[in-house]
Design a protein around this ligand. Structure first.
Ligand code: FEO
Length: 395
């Protein structure tokens, strides 16, 4: 990939990671790969915003070299300590050891604890500026979006926001801009990113967007550190973030379950029939066979969750238990739920699921439904009605 000039004298010099399939230690599946974006700004002073994953250091440096010798870099802006953005920093800093590093206090602490290098750190706070020549960079702290050290960098002359992880997508493409890629795939990856990484931080995100609106900074382009650059319609992703941060939902139900011998699967399908016949969108996932990153993406805008499991040792099955633990951590708000499942001699899964849902702040709106062994015709009618009743609570 050649460096791409996203604005006059501002180059995207990051790398495309076509083959990464798991991120954050297998908590996030990246079926479409990812990119680690870095932006090189050529002015009277030369600045680079973020670097790349360490294993791509050589490729990253070669790309910078296609624009300028990296030795000429004056300022390294570290928006975020996480190693997918700072991993190539030690390699880069060896080439420009006198470059000043601009970052938040927490980022400095994190960089030191990762690399044990005493670089020329310059700590910045919201509103601090760095003049490059014709352009000035303004820093905006963004703690917990999504780490304590996170910050955004804004170039006022170009109306360009470089918000690091925010507004990003794990999406490896040969294209670099929003208007060049498939819109469904783009928004699918943006939603997946928000759901799996940023969802629990929604109240902070809502406040940060409000703060940026109050700062009255015009934004013509958003260049995140993963995926494509929003140049045609940056408001599209800002508006989506506003909606997701408010936990706005659609009349949609996601059924997530785990089954031992198929009876709970049968129940899930019958519940889905009831929901479909009530005219609602429904998605079903056997969690033991599904990609949980995709399941969370589907849950991001769904009003209702129906969760089921066969009973095993008086409890739910283990893949579902792990998924519910993850879901609790995502802190979904404004959702309703119900539980179901088949059992042999003593139940337990339905009660355990309801307990986990309540602990996650999710409202259980109707009594769970359990069936001994395999549902018969009458029981299937009740299960169908269970789905219809749930749909009625969403409409
Ligand atoms: Fe893309 Fe928080 O790192």
């Amino acid at each position: 990939m050649k460096p791409i000039e996203i604005k006059k004298d501002i180059y995207s010099v990051g790398v495309i990671d076509w083959n990464v399939r798991n991120f954050h230690g297998h908590t996030y599946s990246t079926a479409r790969g990812s990119t680690y974006n870095s932006y090189l700004i050529i002015d009277e002073k030369i600045a680079i915003v973020d670097t790349a994953l360490g294993s791509f250091s050589k490729e990253f440096i070669e790309r910078i070299r296609e624009v300028i010798p990296p030795e000429k870099i004056d300022y390294v802006i570290a928006n975020h300590v996480e190693t997918d953005h700072s991993g190539a920093m030690p390699y880069l800093m060896k080439l420009c050891p006198k470059a000043k590093v601009y970052c938040t206090q927490k980022c400095k602490e994190g960089l030191y604890k990762n690399y044990y290098e005493n670089w020329d750190f310059n700590i910045v706070k919201t509103g601090d500026q760095l003049k490059l020549g014709k352009r000035t960079l303004t820093f905006i702290e963004a703690p917990m979006i999504h780490w304590p050290d996170s910050m955004f960098t804004y170039c006022q002359e170009e109306e360009l926001l470089m918000p690091n992880d925010a507004f990003g997508q794990h999406y490896a493409t040969s294209e670099r801009f929003d208007d060049e890629v498939d819109q469904c795939a783009l928004m699918d990856e943006a939603a997946k990113y928000y759901g799996n990484i940023l969802w629990p931080l929604s109240s902070l995100i809502a406040r940060k967007i409000e703060e940026i609106v109050k700062m009255k900074i015009p934004i013509k382009m958003i260049a995140p550190s993963h995926g494509i650059v929003w140049r045609k319609d940056p408001m599209k992703i800002i508006n989506s973030y506003v909606k997701w941060a408010k936990n706005e939902t659609k009349p949609k139900v996601v059924i997530v379950y785990e089954t031992m011998w198929g009876a709970t699967d049968k129940m899930a399908r019958k519940i889905a029939e009831g929901i479909m016949d009530a005219g609602l969108d429904v998605k079903i996932f056997n969690i033991a066979e599904s990609d949980s990153t995709e399941v969370v993406k589907e849950m991001l805008e769904a009003k209702g969750f129906i969760i089921g499991s066969s009973t095993h040792d008086n409890d739910m099955l283990t893949s579902l238990a792990g998924f519910l633990e993850f879901l609790k951590g995502l802190k979904p708000k404004n959702r309703i739920a119900a539980a179901f499942g088949s059992y042999g001699w003593a139940g337990g899964a339905v009660a355990s699921i309801e307990k986990a849902l309540k602990e996650g702040g999710i409202e259980v709106v109707q009594p769970g439904i359990g069936v001994k062994y395999v549902p018969d015709e009458n029981e299937l009618k009740n299960i169908y009605q269970f789905g219809k009743d749930f749909a009625g609570k969403i409409k």
